[in-house]
Design a protein. Structure first.
Length: 316
């Protein structure tokens, strides 16, 4: 499924439509009544980890984003600006981190469990599937035949046409209404409010480090690709228990997470593809054979993991 950098890019595609009224709707979604969006104004957009939130209000309501949305829009706009300014290739500066004394209790409800409500006029939450995407003023086209040999374009879950022209298309996503984006930006790996001290504490858990990295309560937006890449960059075996890692190892891993995720977002904004070091590779950059396994907590979802036994020795 799309990870934090991809969802941030989706948000940038939506920005030009904020403040406009929906003139026509379409799509195959059965989770919501898409016709409820007709004649509503797109008021705001926010991203929390892997989740996208859109706020809709009555067309006669004052336009403009909420205060929280304004902060996130300024942040995303700054990232986009720094990515294209002067054609420079450097990634953004490290995020400022709060001091340990400012550590707050992590809200377990987080972005994965917003309050469900009925009807339009609130926030519509999008959680994307494996091939989920958002497109502006274009539809996705088939790039290969399906199992039957048919060349069928993906079916949009939602299409929003706007009064000033232009449209947004949402693919392979789950949607439901919620009262607000209940999320803690301190856990969002791409947020300027990401809390370094809180993340370091989470990495100390006595369980395989590859489990902790995918826990959206602590690393919202960090997905399987980022997990594989940063463990290789930090030279840490995926099954190493966090409690066995020295503070310097956890700090190095966190630095890799912030740097890689930010760099990936910048590459996306420039239209450049990702060239992974270890993910889905047969050899690591040093030419060593790569191993692959499906790891996950007991009774939980197992995710494919690639690692190099020589570059990432197991810690017993």
């Amino acid at each position: 499924m799309p990870e934090g950098p991809s969802v941030r890019k989706f948000q940038l595609l939506i920005f030009p439509f904020v403040g406009q009224v929906v003139a026509k709707v379409g799509g195959s979604s059965r989770k919501i009544n898409v016709n409820d969006l007709n004649a509503l104004r797109l008021q705001d957009s926010q991203v929390h980890g892997k989740n996208l939130y859109l706020a809709f209000v009555a067309a006669g309501a004052p336009s403009g984003p909420t205060a929280g949305g304004t902060v996130l829009q300024k942040e995303a706009a700054a990232v986009a600006c720094s990515a294209v300014q002067g054609g420079q290739e450097q990634v953004c500066a490290p995020h400022p981190h709060p001091q340990d004394g400012e550590l707050q209790e992590l809200q377990r409800s987080g972005s994965e469990a917003p309050d469900a409500t009925e009807g339009p006029g609130n926030w519509l939450r999008f959680h994307f599937g494996l091939f989920g995407s958002v497109r502006a003023n274009e539809f996705s086209r088939a790039n290969k035949a399906n199992k039957r040999g048919d060349w069928k374009d993906p079916v949009p879950r939602l299409i929003l046409h706007f009064e000033r022209g232009g449209f947004l298309v949402f693919y392979n996503c789950r949607m439901h209404w919620c009262s607000s984006p209940r999320a803690d930006p301190a856990s969002d790996i791409l947020s300027m409010e990401f809390h370094r001290g809180q993340a370091l504490d989470a990495l100390r858990a006595p369980k395989p480090i590859c489990y902790t990295l995918l826990d959206q309560r602590y690393f919202s937006g960090l997905g399987n690709i980022i997990k594989n890449e940063i463990l290789y960059m930090a030279k840490i075996h995926p099954l190493t228990r966090g409690s066995l890692l020295a503070l310097s190892d956890r700090e190095r891993l966190l630095d890799c997470a912030i740097q890689f995720t930010s760099d990936w977002l910048h590459r996306k904004l420039r239209g450049q593809g990702l060239h992974p070091h270890i993910y889905q590779r047969e050899q690591c950059p040093l030419g060593h054979p790569v191993m692959k396994g499906a790891f996950g907590p007991s009774g939980g979802f197992k995710r494919l993991t690639w690692w190099c036994p020589q570059c990432q020795p197991e810690v017993m």
